[in-house]
Design a binder for this molecule. Structure first.
Ligand SMILES: Nc1ncnc2c1ncn2[C@@H]1O[C@H](COP(=O)(O)OP(=O)(O)OP(=O)(O)O)[C@@H](O)[C@H]1O
Length: 290
């Protein structure tokens, strides 16, 4: 019997085309799958479609076709421990594909057909009235404020350039307050913190070497120094491929992180809330095609 396979596709993602999706489904059908395509009509659909697939089948096979936002949506709709998940890179940054070493749509399809999968760990962020899963990272402080400050109008006009404009505004209206971060049995005073479930950040920059989608723990990047020049040094280190750790920045492992204060918090590139929040790892959340 053909293996059913639900493709949840974001038609607004960076490199989507209907003909490309037709080619993918034809290849999957030829390889013995019975693919069904669901096109998202808005930001909440990926999670709703994933939840529906889990209601219809005990162990659904789901392909998230789009960018990292689509993958995040699907993860937020899944019932833990039941689904096998694959990523079809149709987005702009596609950090997920970079983490998995998937270089093209063809490569992704070959891997889907092979169906080799490993247990995926994701993160769960909980704040006041908010609960959200993430698979790449959660950030509180500088990057939270940048994501919160992106203006819809600028995003329409300048695309990813809107993040740069927001970063410039965040730099000029500098918030120097520290916040308390409790993790791995220690309390630290940090200016920003990024809880990494994957090594890469914002594209191909490796922020947290050693972080892995398959490990039931995070690499936590604490920016202790709170001056603009410390962030410049951090950016230069990361751009040079040396990772975040260095002067004013501590990196350590933890599976639970509590962040105090009321700074802005983003997960997987979406603004979620202001602190305080608690973050914990959810091991064996799904099986991820590798
Ligand atoms: N039909 C739709 N119309 C408008 N927005 C949508 C629709 N479907 C999904 N979205 C939203 O689009 C956002 C961005 O999509 P996605 O991340 O898949 O692509 P991308 O931005 O091109 O890629 P990347 O995140 O890898 O840079 C998603 O977070 C989702 O909220």
């Amino acid at each position: 019997m053909p293996r059913s396979c639900t493709l949840i596709i974001n038609p607004t993602s960076g490199s989507y085309s209907a003909s490309l999706v037709d080619r993918v489904t034809a290849r999957l059908a030829a390889a013995g799958f019975s693919p069904s395509v669901l096109l998202t009509g808005g930001p909440d659909d990926a999670a709703a479609f994933a939840a529906r697939a889990c209601a219809e089948e005990d162990h659904p096979f789901i392909v998230a076709g789009g960018g990292d936002g689509t993958m995040n949506g699907v993860i937020n709709g899944l019932v833990p421990g039941r689904a096998t998940l694959a990523f079809l890179p149709l987005g702009t940054a596609n950090v997920c594909a970079r983490e998995l070493g998937i270089g093209s749509v063809d490569e992704a399809v070959r891997r889907i057909i092979r169906r080799e999968a490993r247990p995926l760990s994701v993160g769960l962020l909980e704040g006041f009235g908010v609960s959200r899963r993430f698979f790449l990272m959660a950030g509180a402080g500088f990057d939270g404020f940048v994501v919160e400050g992106v203006l819809g109008e600028e995003k329409k006009r300048f695309g990813k350039g809107a993040y740069l404009l927001s970063a410039l505004r965040t730099l000029s209206a500098w918030d120097g307050r520290p916040m308390e971060v409790e993790a791995a049995g220690a309390r630290r005073s940090c200016h920003s913190v990024i809880v990494c479930n994957a090594a890469r950040y914002g594209g191909s920059f490796v922020l947290a070497p050693g972080a892995s989608l398959f490990e039931p723990r995070f690499r936590v990047v604490c920016v202790e120094a709170g001056r603009r020049r410390d962030y410049l040094r951090l950016a230069l280190r990361v751009a040079a491929g040396r990772g975040a750790a260095g002067a004013g920045v501590t990196v350590f492992d933890a599976d639970t992180v509590t962040i105090g204060g009321n700074k802005a918090v983003q997960v997987d590139g979406d603004f979620i809330c202001h602190g305080p929040v608690t973050i914990r790892s959810l091991p064996d959340f799904a099986r991820l095609v590798v």
